[in-house]
Write a protein that binds this ligand. Structure first.
Ligand SMILES: *Cc1c(COP(=O)(O)O)cnc(C)c1O
Length: 220
């Protein structure tokens, strides 16, 4: 099997090709390399190959892995892409540079409190449950624009983007299109959408970042 570094370069090339095909600017799309379940030894070669933006879905796992890696490469940008419990807001604000999974009032309030307390401001995205799946995190699409507004006005949070995870068994295109529409309506600049199986499609629909795990690091 190809190494993570080889697969990383393959994914980078496919992102560049998808940007060209969609008439997007070269470099318009950021690759978030999703390293969940892979340890520091698996991640280090990809950092050495030049990747700087990584995604983790669990606060605790990231705390065990990233502080030492960030010490060696301080320009690493770490994204939280998994659900955030309000009792982990403190740790999340301390460690992550982008939190992509803000999806309810209580989390918004906790984050605002911690940002004020720590004087550290991770960039924030709202997760939208575009498929209205009961088991999935994220705000309902019809509530998303009002929630972005409340985060800004009630909690004083700078909301930079929206994120979604389409239902596994559906064509992702309509979900990406819905996220793009909600992004326009709520005046956010960033759209985090697309994973190993559909990142090229997401780029065609306007993704500004794609979260790719298994296509780089292998099966989990
Ligand atoms: C695991 C995960 C990914 C990466 O999934 P792959 O299919 O391995 O690329 C992307 N986004 C989220 C939210 C994830 O939890």
């Amino acid at each position: 099997m190809a190494s993570a570094v080889e697969q990383f370069f393959t994914v980078k090339a496919k992102i560049a090709a998808a940007e060209r095909e969609a008439g997007r600017l070269a470099g318009a799309v950021t690759l978030v390399a999703v390293s969940k379940t892979f340890d520091a030894n698996a991640v280090r070669p990809v950092i050495e190959a030049g990747q700087r933006v990584f995604g983790e879905n669990r606060v605790q796992e990231a705390q065990g892995k990233w502080p030492a890696l960030k010490e060696v490469s301080p320009d690493i940008e770490l994204h939280l892409i998994g659900p955030l419990q309000s009792n982990k807001a403190k740790e999340a604000v301390a460690l992550f540079d982008v939190i992509e999974t803000v999806d309810r009032e209580k989390i918004a309030a906790e984050l605002a409190k911690e940002i004020a307390r720590q004087g550290r401001s991770p960039r924030l995205y709202i997760q939208v449950n575009t498929g209205s799946e009961p088991q999935k995190a994220g705000i309902e699409p019809r509530e998303a624009v009002a929630f972005v507004t409340r985060c800004r006005t009630v909690h004083g949070l700078a909301i930079e983007g929206l994120m979604c995870i389409p239902p596994a068994d559906e064509n992702p295109g309509p979900h990406f299109a819905l996220l793009e529409k909600l992004g326009l309506e709520s005046s956010v600049e960033k759209l985090s959408m697309g994973m190993s199986g559909d990142y090229e499609t997401a780029i065609a629909f306007g993704a500004t970042s794609v979260r790719v795990g298994s296509a780089i690091f292998g099966a989990r």
